[in-house]
Design a protein around this ligand. Sequence first.
Ligand code: BGC
Length: 381
Amino acid sequence: MTEEKKVGRRAFIGTVAGTIGGLVVGAAAGWVAKPAERIQLPGETVTRTVTEMRTVTATAPAPTKPMKIGVIGKSVHPYWSVVDKGSAKAGEELKKAGLDVTVSFWVPYKEDVPAQLKTMDSYIAEGYAGIAVAPSDPDAIIPIIRKALDARIPVITIDTDAPNSDRLAYLGTDNYMAGRAAGEAMLEALKKMGLAKPGGKIAMGTGSLTARNSLERMQGFRDVVEPAGYTVLEPVNDNEDAAKALELAAATLAANPDLIGAFGVYAYNGPAWARAVEEAGKVGKIAIVEFDATKENIEPIKAGIVYATVAQRQYFMGYYGAKLLALMNQWGWESALRFYIPRYPSNKIFDTGVDIVKKENLKAYYEEVVGRGEPVDWTPD
Ligand code: BGC
């Protein structure tokens, strides 16, 4: 394991513990998304706060030329609209501070590796000042990241990493640990729902068999539920096509009448399982754990169909991603990276953290998210 990964993991363990313990702990801290605080290692002093970052931004000298920052996501979904809002907010703040910055956001309709590469290539040709990308294929993206860097365009990854590329940093969830957290929630759900059974079958629905976030989540999940005696079926892949996800969930249910659990790896997978389970008249007979907290994820939790979700904080992937890229142009790459990424360059990961949300803590989570300034498209009641 590389030093970088170790740091990311250790940092994340702190996040998960703090999060489960509460939504309570977070609320006391006020703003949970302080990067310096979040990735703080034992014995390290926190010196930077969000307020300080804003102050520093405000005093940055005006750039000599207009800057375009491009954010590239993975598919059309409300999950990505939140990333868009985060990067747009960063753009607004930078503009207010006198920087001539335009932040654009782009996603393909569904998983589309060639379209991501093509878009990145066009940003390079247009002389963008920075690119944040969520690579659906971490290997296919390697040459184009190199091309951008050779053209002196800084590139970071968000949401899902490409650690074998030369990307300068990754801002997002520690997906392996988040997958483990999903596994723990599944074990709890099975117990509480009276479904725990040696050898019981659990299905997984995902939108990618190449993106690292998908692979790491599934590995983390397996690493928790398999040693507990459950059988995890091979994942069904819909390539980020929500309609296909529903079809696959229904087909998996039909083919496995003895299924006791389902893990929705991407944002729309949990809702797909929820609907399939409801339509099959199996509510209460199948434990569902999902990812993310858009309205379509929260409604089935309220209805008692989904047991828990691992809610990502994708707003901050967009927000800090856009800020970091713009400020790399202002202060020099190294200075901005050192400012935003703790222990850079030995660590290149900014762990945005997750919240574990269930029916019982939905209200507390809602208050937490609103308090952190993240956009919410649902209410807790
Ligand atoms: C993942 C994204 C994915 C999205 C799809 C999220 O959980 O982090 O990579 O594109 O779900 O809805």
